[in-house]
Design a protein around this ligand. Structure first.
Ligand SMILES: *[C@@H]1O[C@H](CO)[C@@H](O)[C@H](O)[C@H]1NC(C)=O
Length: 217
């Protein structure tokens, strides 16, 4: 019996370690930029700070749900020195299951400024990756990626069609204009030769008469 209890107790930390994994269901990454925010007054991240984070998260969860969360419901893993870590919140009724994402997100958003002020940080220096600082925000950027890709393709095709249409119209116009100009030039040349012919009357010029014959043709 005792052996079994010891075995289960040994297994518990393993279980919680399994629960908290990067990108596991219900896992969130937190990033803190203490030095950016506080400069020379920056404090060192240590065990006590982590306890404060767990307590703040337990507070936020309790405040949002009305249930009693404790620091043991906040599982932390993957801590890095330039401070970042992942956390998973487990249910107080069943410590082996993570609570729903929407609960955590709503709780964090609701108590955001309380959590920030506990660490003397702001929305930009205490980052809950994937959780918006306010509750209103998450509606807008829910466009599925395929829709964005679809939009881009349709936009490109549309732009291509417009380009083709415009370029053919412009080309046509240019051709028309060129034709008209050529005609005009032709006529001008004819008028000139006629004028030249009249001014130089009396003098017979063979080159002129040749040219004249060419332009007539
Ligand atoms: C949650 O916090 C707000 C203000 O911070 C307070 O008014 C409210 O009573 C709290 N709710 C619970 C269930 O503790």
């Amino acid at each position: 019996m005792l052996e079994r209890i010891v075995f289960v107790l040994c297994l518990l930390p393993v279980l919680s370690a399994e629960l908290c994994k990067p990108d596991a269901p219900g896992a969130y990454k937190v990033r803190l930029s203490i030095r950016t925010a506080l400069g020379d007054n920056a404090y060192n991240w240590n065990k006590n700070e982590m306890f404060l984070f767990k307590a703040a998260m337990a507070y936020a969860m309790s405040n949002h749900t009305g249930k009693e969360y404790s620091v043991s419901n906040i599982n932390v893993c993957k801590e890095t020195l330039r401070v970042s870590f992942w956390f998973v919140v487990t249910s107080p009724d069943d410590p082996s299951t993570p609570v729903g994402k929407e609960l955590v997100e709503a709780a964090v958003s609701k108590s955001r400024h309380r959590i920030n002020s506990a660490f003397l940080l702001s929305d930009s220096t205490l980052e809950f990756v994937g959780i918006y600082p306010t509750l209103a925000a998450p509606v807008a950027p829910d466009t599925p990626p395929w829709l964005i890709a679809f939009g881009v393709v349709i936009g490109l095709v549309g732009a291509g069609i417009v380009f083709l249409l415009v370029s053919t119209v412009v080309e046509k116009k240019r051709r028309k204009k060129k034709k008209a100009e050529e005609k005009e030039e032709d006529e001008e040349a004819r008028v000139k030769t006629v004028e030249n012919g009249s001014t130089s009357d009396g003098i017979y010029n063979t080159t002129f008469s040749d040219e004249d014959r060419f332009t007539e043709m």
